[in-house]
Design a protein around this ligand. Structure first.
Ligand code: 5PN
Ligand code: ZN
Ligand code: ZN
Length: 268
């Protein structure tokens, strides 16, 4: 069995109206929710899942989401709490390309980068209702250029140091680290199952389920490409939870997040 360790990297918080978090259910009103990334230390290397949001981008493009992010809640800051630097990350996997999951990608020019086959092309040519979600394009030179947003790139970013390898379907990234294809929120969205030597598996829903209530009541977020696929993805996660006896972690749930291990406290 794999000797895996999972660290949750606190990335600060944002605000949305409750009708965006719980689509067509609410209640409405401002809800502040956490954003975090996931570091998995494995015998095969360090895998980072997502990179949070870029504070300056949110202030420019979505200031109404009222970002709160300390220096320790940037990706380099959160890694530093663990005695790590961005160059210590071997593989960066993006669950999807929404701005709150790609904001720190530019810190990882040397990591191998992986995403779903269709997610990159969708972000380069989104549906009109997806434009706000795919508003930070600094993770890939070609997709940024296709959107007319090359001004978001910094001079040191190149086609090759922002290139992705593609996967589709369920994929084992490393022993005990499995990407679970959960489309609906976006076309190429992934959730994550991590198995351990010594404890129950973790099932990270990522944005297939923002909150515990979303999961229990099968409520999509307001941002989605296919809500029916989204409900089916939540049902699939429930099946995996039951089969594996997994502990389920949600992506944007303040109440749940307060009970999760963060900083130097890890799972494994
Ligand atoms: C946090 C957040 N805010 C807005 C959007 C959006 O338009 O698509 C995805 C998304 C978000 O995750
Ligand atoms: Zn999302
Ligand atoms: Zn998100």
């Amino acid at each position: 069995m794999p000797d895996n360790k999972v660290y949750l990297l606190d990335g600060g918080s944002l605000v949305l109206d409750g009708f965006h978090i719980w689509w067509n259910k609410g209640p409405g009103g401002e809800v502040r929710f956490p954003v975090y990334s996931t570091l998995i230390e494995t015998p095969k290397g360090r895998f980072l899942i997502d990179t949070g949001y870029d504070y300056d981008h949110v202030m420019r493009a979505l200031a109404f989401e009222k970002p709160k992010q300390t220096k320790e809640q940037t990706i380099p800051g959160a890694l530093k709490l663990l005695g790590l630097e961005p160059k210590d990350i071997d593989v960066l996997f993006n669950s999807h390309f929404h701005f709150d999951h790609v904001g720190g990608n530019r810190f990882f020019p040397d990591a191998k980068k992986i995403c779903h086959k269709q997610e990159l092309e969708q972000s380069a040519s989104p549906q009109p209702f997806e434009v706000l979600g795919y508003s930070d394009m600094a993770f890939n030179t070609e997709a940024a250029a296709a959107r007319g947003m090359a001004d978001q790139l910094s001079p040191d970013q190149t086609d090759s140091n922002t290139a992705f390898e593609f996967v589709e379907g369920d994929v084992e990234l490393a022993p005990g680290v499995t990407l679970i294809f959960t489309p609906g929120h976006t076309i190429g969205h992934y959730s994550l199952l991590v198995e351990f030597d010594t404890r129950a598996p973790l099932l990270l829903t990522l944005d297939a389920c923002y909150t515990k209530r979303s999961y229990e009541q099968e409520i999509n977020a307001g941002f989605h490409i296919d809500p029916v696929a989204g409900v089916n993805s939540m049902r699939r996660l429930k099946q995996i939870e039951a089969e594996k006896g997994a502990e389920v972690l949600f992506s944007h749930d303040a109440e749940s997040f307060a009970t999760y291990r963060t900083g130097v406290n890890f799972y494994g």
